[in-house]
Design a protein around this ligand. Structure first.
Ligand code: ASP
Ligand code: MG
Length: 417
């Protein structure tokens, strides 16, 4: 992202998700928030997602017209959702007496590669954004989209990438980054499962990355990665309240909590491959094929038994078809293997940067789950995360028990032990 000279006044990028602009009243509410910020004297750039479930509806519409929509045309179609929302917010800002202007991703100078439906941002040249800010306007930028100079076509950045647009703009403009949604921040667990889950004041980038990768839906994974890379603190907060939310930022040097959160996801499918030839290059061939289908795999486990290897990995249910296709491709080069698929699984993860320096967390986690009678299908760890694959009907009980053990009032008071 190209550096821009520091402006005299502070700039803020305010991102609103689809549920925050779902109807005309909400759009006017967002406009009021933008105007309030402008009246405090800051330069306001806002990126807004498509209204409500618009992107889903457009995808559905495309699939009714064509079984395999042409990717370029899909991007032409999907990019309209954000444009609609931005233009409407700009109108509502005008009615409140402030100047506003909306831009498409391309007008805002968001340049991407030319991979349709999952383009990567290469660079932002925000000439028109800066000009409009200098003119005192509130600037609306359509999220989730850009423009490829190679093909001169509109691209989209992948589902949920409105957050990515916001972080990329903040990094380029040297701006603060506020991501507004219908939840008040990042919680110690999903409050729908755990009513006494607490909102976290701060979370480190690396914890947030693990949380986003293991089921927390507050922020998109790619956006957190970009924020970490460019050191852009993110303030994740509610559209509908003034209350501070959660800061996702670099907390190095601060004393880190042992456990910050329990996350979960349902609908995992476990693939187990048996009779896999035990020689160099086989795992590479399998996972190259899987990556070729754009499936991101989690929790890979391999062990060798009697001269051949057994390999297990989990994927989200929506990636099962692509995974099967990849395994067909892989078998062309490595030969036939036995493939077993187990559905009806879910993942529960404990996340905390302080885990690194506190042995024994895994044992405590397994004991807590054992006491609930929960059987663990697969375990995987990173230095700051422990994940267990369990039956999907056991996910809720596991989350509740782990939160009680590690994060509820009593457990939390012993956190710095
Ligand atoms: N509208 C896009 C989607 O739903 C991008 C976003 O909301 O972040 O995937
Ligand atoms: Mg959306």
């Amino acid at each position: 992202m190209s550096a821009v000279p520091e402006p005299a006044a502070e700039t803020v990028v305010m991102k609103f998700g689809g549920s925050s602009v779902a109807d005309p009243e909400k759009i006017r509410h967002v406009a009021r928030r933008l105007v309030q910020a402008r009246e405090r004297g800051v330069r306001v750039v806002s990126t807004v997602s498509a209204m409500g479930k618009t992107t889903d509806s457009l995808l559905e519409l495309a699939s009714q017209v064509s079984p395999h929509p042409h990717p370029r045309e899909l991007d032409m179609l999907l990019s309209t959702g954000e444009r609609v929302a931005c233009a409407l917010v700009a109108m509502a800002v005008h009615d409140l007496g402030q100047e506003a202007v909306s831009f498409t991703g391309s007008q805002a100078g968001i340049l991407t590669d030319s991979v349709h439906t999952r383009a990567k941002i290469r660079q932002i040249t925000p000439v028109r954004v800066l000009q409009a800010l200098d003119d005192g306007r509130i600037v609306l930028v359509a999220g989730f989209q850009g423009f490829s100079r190679d093909t001169m076509d509109v691209t989209t950045l992948g589902r949920g990438a409105g957050d990515l647009t916001a972080v990329a703009l903040a990094a380029t403009l040297g701006a603060a980054c506020e991501i507004y949604s219908d939840v008040p921040g990042v919680f110690t667990a999903d409050p729908r499962l755990v009513p006494d889950a607490r909102k976290l004041e701060t979370v480190s980038y690396e914890e947030m990355l693990e949380m986003a990768a293991s089921g927390a839906r507050v922020l998109a994974l790619r956006a957190v990665e970009l924020a970490r890379g460019h050191d852009v603190p993110i303030h994740a907060r509610s559209t509908f309240s003034e209350e501070p939310g959660t800061w996702v930022q670099d907390v190095a040097g601060m004393e880190e909590p042992i456990i910050s959160a329990v996350t979960h996801s349902e609908d995992e499918v476990l693939f187990t491959l048996r009779g896999v030839p035990d020689r160099p290059g086989v795992a590479a061939a399998i996972f190259e094929a899987v990556a070729g289908e754009h499936v991101s795999v989690d929790t890979i486990l391999q062990n060798a038994v009697h001269g051949s290897a057994e390999l297990s990995f989990s994927v989200p249910r929506e990636d099962v078809v692509a995974t099967r296709k990849a395994l067909d491709t892989a078998q062309e080069s490595i030969g036939a293997i036995e493939i077993e698929e187990v559905g009806d699984l879910g993942k529960v993860s404990l996340i905390g940067a302080g885990m690194r320096s506190h042995p024994g967390v895994a044992a405590q986690m397994f004991r807590t789950l054992a006491d609930e009678g929960i059987n663990l299908r697969l375990i995987s760890t990173s230095p700051i995360k422990i994940t267990c694959l369990v039956g999907s009907d056991e996910v809720e009980g596991a989350v509740v028990a782990l939160h009680r053990r590690f994060l509820s009032g009593d457990a939390a008071s012993g956190r710095s032990e």
